[in-house]
Design a protein around this ligand. Structure first.
Ligand SMILES: Nc1nc2c(ncn2[C@@H]2O[C@H](COP(=O)(O)OP(=O)(O)OP(=O)(O)O)[C@@H](O)[C@H]2O)c(=O)[nH]1
Ligand SMILES: [Mg+2]
Length: 258
C-alpha cells in the first residue's frame, strides 16, 4: 500500500528502531518506511550476534550500538543519536508493525490534536496469531489499571508510536527494558500530555520471538509492566526521574555519533 504524500512543510521526523538479532526483518522494515515522511532512520543494534547492523546500514539507516541488552536501553541509545527532530517515531525491527501506517500515526500531531500517539493493535487489525492471548490479556489489564490510576484511556501498549520531541524530553524516559512502552504512557498521563490512539495493523513477526513468545519473557515483561504502573501511581508527579537533559542530545553529541 502506498503512503499518502507528505506535506512539503512537515516537521522533522526521526524514526528509531530497537533491534536485536533481526537480520531477516530489519531490511524490510526500513525499506517499507515512507521516506518522504521522515528525515532520519536510526537503528539501535542491541548486542546482536547476527548481521542486523550491516543489513540496517545497507538499507539506508544510521546504526548506533548499545551493548547492554534491553528494549529501553536500545531506545535510549537511539534517542541520544537523534538529530534535532520535532517528532520521534518508535518502531519495532521484527516486521510486526506496518511502517506504511506512519502517516496515519503522525496525523494527530500534525493536526495539533495530540502530543503522543499510540498505534493501537486492539483498535486496528491484528493478524491471527500475531498477539498471544497473554499479550491481549496483559494489555487489557494494564490499560484498565492506567485508566483507574491516571484517568487516561488507552487500549494498547503498542510499540509503534509517535511523540513530539519536546514532550518526550519532558516525560524523561528511564526504563531500560520491558517497562519502556508503559512508562511513556503513564508518565504522559501524569503530566497531562494530550494522548490519543489510532488503529494500526499488526502481523506475525519475522524471525525468532524473544519476549511474547517465551514463558520467561512474558512473565518478566508482565511483572515489569504492572510494577511500572504501580510505581508511578505512588511517586509524586513532580519527582525528577532523571537529569532533565538525558533524553535529548545536544547537537554536538549527535554529530559525534553520526
Ligand atoms: N527482546 C528484546 N528485544 C530487543 C532488545 N533490544 C532491542 N530489541 C528489539 O525490540 C523489538 C521488540 O522486541 P520483540 O522481541 O519483537 O518483542 P515482542 O514484540 O514483545 O515479542 P516477540 O515479537 O514475540 O519477540 C524488536 O525489534 C527487537 O529486536 C532486547 O534486548 N531484547
Ligand atoms: Mg515483536
Amino acid at each position: 500500500m502506498n503512503a499518502s504524500p507528505a506535506p512539503p512543510d512537515r516537521p522533522r521526523v526521526s524514526v528509531l528502531i530497537p533491534a536485536q538479532n533481526e537480520e531477516k526483518s530489519i531490511g524490510l522494515v526500513i525499506q517499507e518506511i515512507p521516506k518522504d515522511w521522515v528525515d532520519e532512520i536510526i537503528v539501535a543494534d542491541n548486542a546482536s550476534t547476527d548481521r542486523t547492523a550491516e543489513v540496517a546500514q545497507e538499507a539506508g539507516a544510521r546504526v548506533v550500538h548499545e551493548s547492554t541488552p534491553g528494549y529501553g536501553a536500545a531506545c535510549l541509545a537511539a534517542m541520544k543519536a537523534m538529530n534535532r527532530p520535532d517528532i520521534v517515531v518508535f518502531l519495532d525491527g521484527d516486521h510486526s508493525d506496518y511502517p506504511e501506517d506512519l502517516p496515519k500515526l503522525l496525523a494527530p500531531i500534525l493536526e495539533n490534536r495530540a502530543d503522543l500517539v499510540i498505534g493501537s493493535r486492539t483498535l486496528g487489525l491484528a493478524e491471527k496469531g500475531s498477539l498471544t492471548p497473554q499479550q491481549r490479556y496483559g494489555n487489557a489489564l494494564a490499560t484498565r489499571l492506567i485508566r483507574w490510576f491516571f484517568g487516561v484511556s488507552f487500549t494498547d501498549l503498542g510499540p509503534f508510536r509517535a511523540v513530539r520531541a519536546e514532550t518526550l524530553k519532558r516525560i524523561g524516559m528511564v526504563d531500560r527494558n520491558y517497562g519502556w512502552t508503559v512508562e511513556m504512557q503513564v508518565k504522559a498521563a501524569r503530566l497531562g500530555v494530550r494522548c490519543t490512539e489510532i488503529p494500526v495493523r499488526y502481523r506475525k513477526r519475522i524471525g525468532v520471538s524473544k519476549i511474547s513468545g517465551t514463558v520467561s519473557g512474558t512473565v518478566k515483561a508482565g511483572t515489569k509492566i504492572l510494577w511500572t504502573i504501580f510505581k508511578y501511581s505512588i511517586l509524586p508527579a513532580g519527582a525528577p526521574a532523571q537529569p532533565s537533559n538525558a533524553t535529548l542530545p545536544e547537537r554536538s553529541q549527535t554529530e559525534n555519533r553520526a
